[in-house]
Design a protein around this ligand. Structure first.
Ligand code: FAD
Length: 411
């Protein structure tokens, strides 16, 4: 059978795939993206952090994203009972993009993919990679065209796996590791929100802690078209005490949470409620001979700080730049130059995710009298700058969080 050859194959045209492909194309490499779905397609993960715009800019897509009419986002607000606090991304320790966007991912991912194509990346939609062979001199991929079932093979110099929850190479190469985070579940929908609450800030994500179940929280992510994404997250077993019907369960969680019912009192629920669970995942390695794992195809922590797309794009940028060096003839070290530095920031997020669920970081967030300097350092992390080690809360997250949480708890 005929074998096509391409220089770089990227699996998946989500944010990780589109950004990596465009960066490589801009550096003069030939890139083919294989994407099994037809775009636009729904994806979860709609609230972006400021830091991800650094990579949108690097990939030459910032004008297109700005022109797309998405909801501007300036920060994150948190509510728990009577407590309310917010962090402004224009007041961060790390100076960069002060604001970002809240996006319908169907549209956003299509803008990125179209921009990659415009820059010369080839994207084949509705083509799925079904098998891989890394035993030869070059990676060999088996591709199925979904329209007619036709299968063909592609060889290439390097594969970037940006398959997201598809986790192509972790599954096929036996790289999967269970996450050390417990199994959580999310119920989510889109609503016509009709929010008229004077204090509600459409330019921030609202994270609401359930009044009595402190590990249960909601996201309210306003879009620019009068609609919101709404979701609830909790330990999977929590949901056993709630109706089996997903719509009824989400409504009951909301009804138990007065500060949120106040905001959503006029909302029109017009979209079936979806469910995703067991999304946290890990891998044994982020790279191997002829491949690297990007975004959610590698590790996924937790949705609470909206770090998913930022980590996906950061990994895409790092891998693309390193691969460029490798293809230019340099000797590169994927562990030293990709995996370790990428994981450092991911591990910073992990400390704050764990602190959210054990309550210590919530104590810090809801503490009313924090100093502006400390708030700017925390805000920086919430804006995605988890790799800036000049920030003490990035350099020493575990110790700093512990000390701060003790201070807040004893105050
Ligand atoms: P994806 O966007 O999933 O793209 C992967 C693509 O690969 C898909 O289009 C898929 O069709 C394609 N593909 C898969 N397998 C194959 C194959 N075999 N062949 C060809 N193509 C294939 N992140 C945020 O930043 N902000 C949030 O507010 C946020 N909220 C979240 C809420 C929840 C409940 C969860 C679970 C996650 C949330 N996330 C959030 C995380 C976010 O969803 C992901 O981190 C992000 O979508 C990862 O992007 P990606 O490019 O790695 O993968």
């Amino acid at each position: 059978p005929e074998i096509e050859h391409h220089q770089i194959v990227v699996v998946g045209a989500g944010p990780a795939g589109a950004i990596a492909a465009a960066i490589l194309k801009r550096k003069g490499h030939e890139v083919l993206i294989l994407e099994r779905q037809r775009f636009p397609r729904f994806s979860i993960g709609e609230s972006l952090l400021s830091h991800c715009l650094d990579f949108v800019e690097e990939a030459g897509m910032i004008d297109a994203v700005r022109a797309a009419g998405f909801q501007t986002k300036h920060g994150a607000a948190f509510a728990w009972g009577e407590r309310y606090t917010d962090f402004d991304f224009r007041e961060t320790f790390t100076k960069s993009f002060g604001s970002t966007f809240q996006v319908q991912r169907a549209n956003f991912d299509k803008v990125l993919a179209d921009e990659a194509e415009r820059q010369g990346v080839t994207i084949r939609y509705e083509e799925e990679i079904v098998a891989v062979d890394f035993s030869g001199a070059q990676p060999l991929l088996s591709v199925r065209r979904l329209a007619d079932g036709h299968e063909y093979q592609v060889s290439c110099t390097f594969v970037l796996d940006a398959s997201g929850y598809g986790r192509l190479l972790p599954r096929l190469l036996d790289l999967e590791l269970p996450s050390n985070l417990p199994m959580r579940k999310a119920l989510f929908t889109h609503i016509e929100d009709r929010i008229d609450h004077p204090d509600f800030d459409r330019e921030k994500i609202l994270i609401t802690t359930h009044p009595t179940l402190r590990d249960v929280w909601f996201w309210t992510i306003p879009f620019s078209n009068g609609r919101c994404s709404l979701g609830v997250v909790g330990l999977a077993e929590r949901f056993d005490d709630y109706p089996e019907d997903k719509d009824a369960a989400l409504k009951q969680f909301v009804a138990e949470t007065p500060s949120l019912t106040k905001v959503l009192g006029n909302a029109v629920w017009d979209t079936p409620v979806g469910e995703i669970k067991g999304y946290s995942a890990n891998v044994k390695t982020l790279h191997g001979k002829g491949f690297a794992l990007l975004g959610n195809a590698a590790e996924f922590l937790d949705p609470v700080f909206s770090s998913g797309v930022t980590i996906a794009m950061r990994s895409a940028s790092m891998a693309a730049n390193l691969l460029h060096r490798q293809l230019s003839g340099e000797q590169v070290d994927w562990e030293q130059d990709f995996a370790i530095p990428l994981k450092r920031g991911v591990d910073t997020f992990r400390v704050y995710v764990e602190g959210w669920y054990d309550g210590s970081f919530q104590d810090v967030i809801y503490y009313p009298n924090a100093s502006p300097e400390i708030r700017a350092m925390i805000s920086s992390i919430l804006a995605g700058y988890a790799w800036d080690e000049r920030n003490p809360y990035v350099a020493e997250p575990r110790r700093r969080l512990r000390v701060l949480a003790e201070l807040c708890a004893s105050a």
